[in-house]
Design a protein around this ligand. Sequence first.
Ligand code: 0RA
Length: 631
Amino acid sequence: MAYTADKIQVLEGLEGVRKRPSMYIGDTSVRGLHHLVYEVVDNAIDEVLANECDRIEVVIHKDESCSVLDNGRGIPVDNHPIYKKPAVEVVLCTLHAGGKFESGAYKISGGLHGVGVSVVNGLSEWLEVEVYRDGNCYHQTYKRGKPQGKLEITGKSKKRGTRVRFLPDSKIFSETIFSFELLSHRLRELAFLNKGVFIKISDERSGKSETFQAKGGIIEFVGLLDEGKTLINKKPIGFEKTSNDVVVEVALQYNTDFATTILSYVNTIHTEEGGTHVAGFKSGLTRVINDYAKKNGLLKEDESLSGDDVREGLTAVISIKVKDPQFEGQTKAKLGNSEVKGIVESVVGDELSEFFEENPSVIRKIIEKSLLAQRARDAARKARELVRKKGGLDEFGTLPGKLADCSEKDPALCELYIVEGDSAGGSAKQGRDRRFQAILPLRGKILNVEKQRLDITLKNLEIRALLTSLGTGIADSEDFDLSKLRYHRVIIMTDADVDGSHIRTLLLTLFYRYLQPLITEGYLYIARPPLYCLKKSGREHYAYTEEEKNRLIKEMGDRGLTMQRYKGLGEMNPEQLWKTTMDPETRSMAKVVLEDAYETEKIFSVLMGDKVEPRKEFIVNHALEVKNLDV
Ligand code: 0RA
């Protein structure tokens, strides 16, 4: 079979994108929908990185189309030598032509897969592009990726840049309503990561608008993450340096808490699982602090502070730019480039040692805190021995007494319900399918791990029971072993009231801080018990939301209808609990995911940090958002 020119054309067309949209944008629900906008914005960010653009404006229109305007160079309009069409048409209608097709240039920012604006075009009912370049305004429209007429000059323009407006195809997307909040979060993150760029988002549906601009870049980002905390260095330390073609940007600050927060980015993509850039940062930091401590007699020659010690109370953002990023890991969110580790390590080493030489009072306070951490670490090691598991057993060689385990042993088939309170625990134990469902009732308040050092956390009986049941150990140390996880579904089941949501938040904090791989692997869920039971002529219907309740009342009619509002799980008998919340055939559960790095950090650190005032405010304002961590 010969490869004719038109065959190649077909291969590169957008039909494949429409046939398998998820391959290009991940999924066709809310996430995928918003990735369309990120893809166009990322192209504008490429112009920012080329120092050709400093303004991006996103508009959500009343008709649910979205437009992105930038003041970059404008997509080239001259005829493409191979395709014999204006370059802008090639960029928008050819897969993988991507943003930059000329050799030598490279795409540095990243959409989900860096797929290019043509994917957005292919998945849109219509798309309209306007290019302002060479004093003209050029215009072309497309339907489902196909040009509707030629590129035309529609007028003169002194502006420079590109405007892309598109309507996501409702034949492709299950969800076509844009979320102002989701888009704003990512745009704010981009503003932090691209120092100085002005980004505006307006929502014509509601009249809302927001602008983002961070002259201080990631230094401002760190300052915001640490808002409300007691600080060790009042001004975040920050530096930027290019070494071996890798742009390394770091900002860090120490607070008096015990937790460590490191957010990392490669080409503005959040690397949730870290990678070689984070490894380089950690070893650079550990080395500089140890060197200083020894040189200044704060540590003996044969002593050293561990990485965990020097990172206690650290908040850092690491943002690097590299030409050929290799992403690894389950979610492709881990940087693999091996050369990057040494580069980041030496930049961090040089810059930090210079800073510390000039600011001895800061480094002395950090070392003091690290030494305290080291002492606590010894205590924690002893406490950890108590929960160190051999196949999920504690120091007595048994699983915790309150765990009602299941008979199945294959973790892939097993579920653990973490249930608040003994009475709900009792119903769950009776209602469950004991072959594969285990129940762990937790009593009273769960410890707020954000406020405790690890040794105290590990002495807490409820937390120990949970850790022993799970079997993995905690994810801050060598002890952790995900393959020892005894259940591949871990389900938090709490009452649908304020107390229940508080307990759920405390549990989520524990998982976020010490068992994060369970979240990133998709093992953690939240049960969705019904809020109401509606009864009429011996029939029972359950409502899981207010809307559902209202709909059921309408459908069932008022006469003879009785309604029970469940205040707690304990009000359901075992059969009801099984039918509504635990039966895999009928239940609905929410998977816990880490959506937006900035928001997640805020949720946990503001909610759980040591200053009371912002915390109160947060619980009231954001109670609903914590509820909606699911997808
Ligand atoms: C191809 C080449 C160049 C820029 C772009 C595409 C470009 C794409 C988009 C999408 C949204 N905004 C954009 N801005 C620019 C390089 C242009 C040159 O070398 O003149």
